[in-house]
Ligand binder design. Structure first.
Ligand SMILES: Nc1ncnc2c1ncn2[C@@H]1O[C@H](COP(=O)(O)OP(=O)(O)OP(=O)(O)O)[C@@H](O)[C@H]1O
Ligand SMILES: [Mg+2]
Length: 277
């Protein structure tokens, strides 16, 4: 069962990775077909995802941004501009207009940030049909009703425990991929953008990982501190988990098996679109 759900999620993620930011959708859609749209305003990227009425992948686009910090929109105009751009690109590829979208916020960030995200979405001309919480969106995409989702993005690490599809426990810490970049920058005495490039350089992965491993261990310790509140399976998502050794370190420190889907940065954005009803 456990293997089966990651298998189908991984198949979807592979399809998504092939078409994201490209000039063709996964399949042709008719002008009146219902589409479901998700908007993920993250601290390091804004992702727009499009599904059909049966939650099958249609298209997606993303851009990097710096308009969100700690899960909160800090530059409204920049967020709107990026999202508008993604919407226009998507509409060109699909040959039709997008009408609605669902957004998301990290848990416990409150009504105010939900309102800001909804305003960003509506400012681009889309009707915002709801604001989900991010881990619930990830769990939905993964068909996870019991377990723990650890979402490690650019600026935040969020741990969310689900029982019977209900979010029963949430811990959020201000650490993530950006923290890894800072550690690399310090180690090699290079600027942040150079360190960011080095971090993603697959050819340098083993050297890079040796430097950032203590950051990963710190992240694992945050999870470990939750003790018996953790429910298996533990699944890590988010862009900062993009290292081959990541789950090995996590599994070892947590003394339990840790799972990671393919293209973990697209799990939450795809889950958000599933709520655009
Ligand atoms: N191939 C890669 N190797 C290493 N790190 C990566 C890779 N791709 C993305 N990242 C890192 O993942 C982080 C972004 O992850 P993600 O897109 O999940 O974040 P976000 O949703 O924008 O942020 P948050 O969830 O904190 O609001 C960045 O720190 C980025 O450097
Ligand atoms: Mg995120």
């Amino acid at each position: 069962m456990r293997k089966a759900f990651l298998k189908s999620s991984n198949e979807q993620l592979k399809k998504f990775a092939k078409i994201v930011n490209g000039d063709k959708p996964l399949r042709k859609i008719s002008v009146d077909e219902k589409l479901k749209v998700g908007v993920d305003l993250g601290t390091s990227s804004i992702v727009l995802t499009v599904l059909d009425s049966k939650d099958r992948i249609v298209y997606g686009a993303y851009e990097y941004d710096h308009a969100v910090q700690d899960g909160i929109v800090v530059n409204f105009i920049e967020s709107v501009n990026i999202l508008r751009h993604l919407k226009e690109k998507t509409e060109k590829v699909l040959g039709r207009e997008l009408k609605t979208a669902c957004g998301a916020i990290p848990p416990k960030t409150g009504e105010k940030s939900a309102k800001v995200v909804a305003n960003v979405i509506e400012e681009t001309g889309l009707i915002c049909t709801g604001i989900e919480d991010e881990p619930t969106a990830a769990a939905k995409f993964l068909s996870l009703s019991n377990g723990t989702v650890v979402d490690i993005g650019g600026g935040t690490t969020g741990i969310s425990v689900f029982r019977d599809s209900k979010l029963i426990h949430v811990v959020d810490e201000a650490t993530g991929g950006f923290h890894m970049t800072l550690v690399l920058g310090g180690r090699y005495k290079i600027k942040n953008d150079e360190a960011e490039k080095l971090k993603r350089n697959k050819d340098k992965e083993s050297e890079v990982y040796a430097v950032i491993k203590p950051v990963v261990e710190k992240m694992a310790a945050i999870v470990q501190n939750m003790g018996s509140e953790i429910i298996d399976p533990v699944i890590v998502v988010g862009g900062a988990t993009n290292f081959t050794e990541f789950t090995t370190t996590f599994s070892k420190d947590l003394k339990r098996k840790v799972y990671k889907p393919l293209y973990p940065q697209f799990v939450t954005p795809l889950g958000i679109a599933m709520f655009d009803n």
